[in-house]
Design a protein around this ligand. Structure first.
Ligand code: AGP
Length: 604
């Protein structure tokens, strides 16, 4: 989603701001802009589309100044055009914003009585108008921002710059994260530390409700009550901010190929001696049921884990998408462990769902990839999935590492509940430990998968089928294909085929079937045969045993190594990812930043 940067520097900031914004490109955006204050005057440049367009504008119309703010916008209110691009300005103030100001219409009305009229469709402009209004009433910038923030409803991160103040930026956090960077006679603000990486590794994260008054000498912070607050300066590991394709054409392929390594790291952390070793605080004997909540790909990792928790640990498990869960406001039974899964740790719906569950569930555990995120901080226990920075908007290695940590949780639960004996545990662990190897073997099939993708690329629609744990794999595969190639895709539990989707079957519809040779294989094959009997084009993804018994009549087939109950959905995620990747390559779509998508969805 929107990216924010700000610099009080010693050098011309415009090129540095654009460079910092480039490091936030992965979040997804559709326009960009920067503003500086120079000789006391504010000025700004904005452009629709990629940052290269903003750079072009700056070549023809440079922007001077040692203090500036910048923004990449992911449109929420109003089209992606130059007028709606940030920074937004009103008189002596300019502002960039991530999030949503929910009461902006009411504020607009109030402000119109004072002679302020909007010139954009955005909610953000209202913040600039409100702050300008307080400045006009004689408030200084600090008081004006405090008065402004007090009137805003919603979740946001804001950064202000003022006419006549070349040594002041004001940052405010409510709902969306902001990092303050400390330099040598310079200060920085960023949506995350990654944006600031080349400039500093000394970072202060603002807490909920904080407002920071930043000069080149440092930051004075007040908390939500207005009291002075101390926030630590943390040193960020250089490795944590490296954004580099490592020779790959796209971040997505780099991240797909990193999976064997990062998955091994998760196994080493959570099962160092070959058996699950989770924090003691997580005592499964205290829970009778599990609730899991997430969005998108995280939701599919939860759906997979439901099978594991129920089949292996025999614990009833409910899974929901966060946007439904939070407003359904379901009762949460006593002795419930609530697990929230989010790569970014900032997904607005998942965070709201976590807050809803907080006073009701016995314990809140989060699985996150960003240890400093809100979802990590607000949980009773945060488990890092250790996937490393995921830049591609389409989630890949975070998914398989989420699955790995969830598999270990399920085994720990099974042990604690006495649902598994030593032999059973050893056999599941053996299965999990072979995953990095199985992944490496699967990645060698990249060229075969690229050929299969040629079948999908011209199709207007694709159907994915799977049973049991492979149902969630099918859902994830459909999501990946939609995200990357913009081809309509649907996924069904194979058994549901006859209940409607079979009407879609015709020769032009590719049907991708995920079917390892497991105890449900024959059932899935029956469904596949129903497709073939209607001249549907079946692409079967299976193993050697599956190939031997069911390849007849399929349009194409991909043979993966043999897998087990835990390794299956993790390994089968790779062809799902690579099929989407190669289909997108064939179609020439924007792979790392698909249209309309954002990496971290910080608005509802
Ligand atoms: C995955 O490819 C998607 N980009 C998306 O579904 C994502 O998983 C979802 O928005 C949830 O994000 P989170 O894991 O950061 O909470």
């Amino acid at each position: 989603m929107c990216g924010i940067v700000g610099i009080l520097g010693q050098h011309q900031v415009a090129p540095i701001l654009v460079d910092a914004l480039k490091r936030l490109e992965y979040r997804g955006y559709d326009s960009a802009g920067i503003a500086t204050v120079n000789n006391g005057l504010l000025d700004r440049r904005r452009a629709v589309g990629k940052l290269v367009n903003l750079s072009d504008v700056l070549v023809h119309n440079p922007l001077a100044g040692l203090a500036g703010i910048g923004h990449t916008r992911w449109a929420t209110h109003g089209a992606a055009n130059e007028q709606n691009a940030h920074p937004h300005a009103c008189g002596p103030v300019t502002v960039v914003h991530n999030g949503i100001i929910e009461n902006f219409r009411d504020l607009r009305e109030t402000l119109s009585a004072h002679g302020y009229s909007p010139v954009t469709d955005t909610d953000t402009e209202t913040v600039a108008m409100l702050c300008a209004h307080y400045l006009a009433q004689g408030h200084d910038p600090k008081a004006a921002v405090q008065a402004t923030i007090a009137e805003l409803d919603g979740a946001f991160a804001l950064l202000f710059l003022f006419e006549g103040h070349e040594n002041l930026m004001i940052a405010a956090r409510k709902g969306s994260p902001l990092a303050i960077g400390h330099g040598d006679g310079e200060m920085y603000v960023g949506s995350d530390a990654i944006a600031l990486a080349p400039m500093t590794d000394q970072i202060t994260y603002l807490d909920e409700g904080d407002i920071a008054f930043i000069t080149r000498d440092g930051a004075d912070i007040i908390d939500a009550t207005g009291a002075p607050a101390h926030r630590d300066i943390q040193r960020i590991e250089a490795q944590a901010t490296v954004i580099d394709k490592a020779g790959h054409k796209h971040f997505m392929t780099k991240e797909i190929h990193e999976q064997p390594v990062v998955l091994s790291e998760a196994l080493a952390r959570y099962a160092p001696n070959g058996i699950p070793a989770l924090p003691e605080a997580l005592d499964f004997t205290k829970f009778d049921r599990i609730l899991m909540v997430a969005c998108g790909t995280g939701y599919y990792s939860c759906l997979t884990a439901k099978y594991w928790f129920e089949q292996i640990a025999r614990i009833p498990c409910e899974v929901d998408v966060a946007s439904e869960f939070r407003y359904r406001e379901p009762p949460i039974a006593p002795r419930t462990l609530a697990i929230f899964v989010s790569q970014s740790g900032e997904t607005a719906d998942t965070l709201a769902a976590l807050r809803y569950a907080k006073d009701q569930a016995d314990m809140i555990v989060s699985l996150v990839n960003v240890g400093t995120s809100s979802i990590a901080r607000e949980a009773d226990l945060a488990l890092a999935i250790l996937a490393g920075i995921e830049v591609s908007v389409a989630s890949t290695k975070a998914y398989t590492n989420q699955l790995t940590v969830l598999a270990l949780l399920a085994l720990a639960a099974a042990q604690a509940k006495g649902a598994i004996d030593d032999h059973g545990l050893a056999s599941h662990m053996k299965d999990l430990r072979q995953v990095p190897d199985l992944m490496r073997q699967t990645l060698k099939l990249d060229n075969d998968i690229a050929s299969l993708a040629k079948t999908l690329a011209p199709a207007p629609s694709v159907l994915f089928l799977g049973r049991g744990v492979m149902f969630a794999t099918a859902l994830e595969a459909a999501l990946k294909l939609k995200e990357l190639s913009y081809i309509h895709a649907e996924a069904y539990a194979s058994g549901e085929l006859k209940h409607g989707p079979i009407a879609l079957i015709e020769p032009a519809l590719p049907v991708v079937v995920f079917a390892p040779h497991d105890r449900l294989f024959d059932k899935t094959v029956s469904n596949m045969q129903e497709v073939m009997a209607r001249h549907g084009q079946v692409m079967l993804i299976t193993d050697a045993q599956g190939r031997a018994s069911a390849s007849d009549g399929t349009h194409s087939l991909l043979e993966l190594p043999a897998t087990g109950d835990l390794s299956g959905p993790i390994v089968y995620a790779l062809p799902a990812q690579l099929l989407a990747y190669h289909t997108a390559m064939a179609k020439g779509t924007d792979i790392d930043q698909p249209r309309n998508l954002a990496k971290s969805v910080t608005v509802e």
